[in-house]
Design a protein around this ligand. Sequence first.
Ligand code: PMP
Length: 401
Amino acid sequence: GSVFAHLVQAPEDPILGVTVAYNKDPSPIKLNLGVGAYRTEEGKPLVLNVVRKAEQQLINDKSRIKEYLPIVGLVEFNKLSAKLILGADSPAIRENRVTTVECLSGTGSLRVGGEFLAKHYHQKTIYITQPTWGNHPKIFTLAGLTVKTYRYYDPSTQGLNFQGLLEDLGAAPPGSIVLLHACAHNPTGVDPTIQQWEQIRKLMRSKGLMPFFDSAYQGFASGSLDTDAKPIRMFVADGGECLIAQSYAKNMGLYGERVGALSIVCKSAEVAVKVESQLKLVIRPMYSSPPIHGASIVAVILRDRNLFNEWTLELKAMADRIISMRKQLFEALRARGTPGDWSHIIKQIGMFTFTGLNPAQVSFMTKEYHIYMTSDGRISMAGLSSKTVPHLADSIHAAVT
Ligand code: PMP
């Protein structure tokens, strides 16, 4: 018999498992609103024009080779990524206080940052929002940190539980790590206001809490890369330290290229050099060095003013289509007289709507309407189109009446 015969069948991932179930459904009206991946009005995955152009440039460049990248990845990509998130005129960059390493998308950046902190930071507890992206607790636990939660979402207002957030962070042991969603909070779509961010910053700095920003949606929340980076830049402007995990999955549509970056903003250039040397020791035995293609695409786009501008327009178009889906779904429910206040659909920010539908209602919608989503009632607005809004509205109406 097999030495693995004793294994139990593991459950599917709560988010990626939604797609597995969707793929098995033969219904022609099925709709996948599980995974947060952008679709066009026609329901098709989108490769940005600017990405096609960058790839063409890369193919035409016969001097390109397939040698290993350094452990830290593509150095030009790292510099441009730090500028994108911190701002071109960031004093921290100018003072060489930022170290950036290319990682395997947002997930890989979080994992490398988590392992670095577990090895070298004096506090091993990380506070994550309640609720959060399902992969967060697993990433940080396996990185060697202890995961605790802080209050974030208030189901009764479908908004931010700001009082609860301040209380929980105020009660955290000094020095604790705090994971912050830079914008477009997943799964709730609820972000603090700039005034609230300022209060969070003051509280965290006064207690020496270490900010770890997860920036998976820069540009997707407001449509502006700079606006969405504002909370991070406020924390960097005070001269304090922080970590930032960046993903190009959503905002450049590079999902499967697995391209992202981890930046650590330090107090001095001297410290940043040492931090980078230790990051290399985390990365080398994990995957040795990161892949070359995705980072090359990003570098081509970020270094060229015309391509960069073209990217911002395509990004804005994606963000605008999602906002338009919010309005259409909200109107469709109003037209049906669906009981309840659905204004959170238009108030929430980013890719997802946290509908408030419970697991029983979600499973009803899957069974009767072939609509697939995570059991917490989160729907990916990026997977909707004008054609599919009525079907979704019918199913929500039936589920709550
Ligand atoms: N953080 C959050 C909050 C996310 O929603 C995601 C994507 N679902 C990620 C990180 C990382 O995704 P990726 O590894 O594909 O960049």
